[in-house]
Design a protein around this ligand. Sequence first.
Ligand SMILES: Nc1ncnc2c1ncn2[C@@H]1O[C@H](COP(=O)(O)OP(=O)(O)OP(=O)(O)O)[C@@H](O)[C@H]1O
Ligand SMILES: [Mg+2]
Length: 252
Amino acid sequence: MTITIAIAGKGGTGKTTVAAFLIQLLADRGTVLAVDADPSSNLNLALGLPLEETVGGIREGMAEEVSSGRFPVGIPKQDYLDLRINEALVESAWVDLLAMGRPEGPGCYCAANSMLRAILDRLIGSYDYVVIDNEAGMEHLSRRTTRDVDILIAVSDPTMRGITTVARIRDLAAELHTKIGRTALVINRVNESWPEPVMKAVEELGVELIGLIPEDRRIGEYDATGRPLIELPTDSPARLAVHDVARRLGLI
Ligand SMILES: Nc1ncnc2c1ncn2[C@@H]1O[C@H](COP(=O)(O)OP(=O)(O)OP(=O)(O)O)[C@@H](O)[C@H]1O
Ligand SMILES: [Mg+2]
């Protein structure tokens, strides 16, 4: 059975950082598909992997070929998409990565979308773990580009704006047809003390607080120089805090 974990939250709160550490941790326990659902994909950098093509790019390319009459005759579209998605899948020795790219635009190519969904569902089902690094807006989740989620990790910084976004995500999750098993809150970049109103807002949120991740200046240094986060030393406080989160979620 595949365990699907989605990570969501306000922009810049640490979703990709949490995703990268979690992916690395789970890769020691089973096969992992990392899904970058942020149109300005950068999970690959955190993981130290190359990236050339996205699912959105394939969808748009195919829609253009069909509408301009350049799509090759005699090739079933489903087979074509299947092949292209497999080409877009970045396979490495320890993890595979698929970037979603842009969600469907106004000129919805709906047939391609339902085919893509079937292909992605099958692909996802062949891994032990799927970790989805969402963009701030959760477009892919709300458009059901990705399927049901076992654990939704909402990441916030210790600010009212971050927590307000989590409240919005909580409401969206409740409205979605996407089934979400468990929602947990992680607060990132926490120093010794955090503002009283934020603490109160967290208490009132009704989302289980599963972990606090400390400020870790080496994360910024690695990001600034383009060094993969997964190369951070094993005693990195942020990495250790993500391990604690995984433990509390029963993942390890
Ligand atoms: N615990 C931390 N300590 C120090 N810096 C951090 C920490 N977590 C994240 N950062 C820094 O904050 C910035 C945003 O982190 P990250 O890219 O993980 O967030 P994000 O939520 O994925 O952002 P986006 O919405 O742009 O995708 C990065 O520059 C990263 O280096
Ligand atoms: Mg990110």
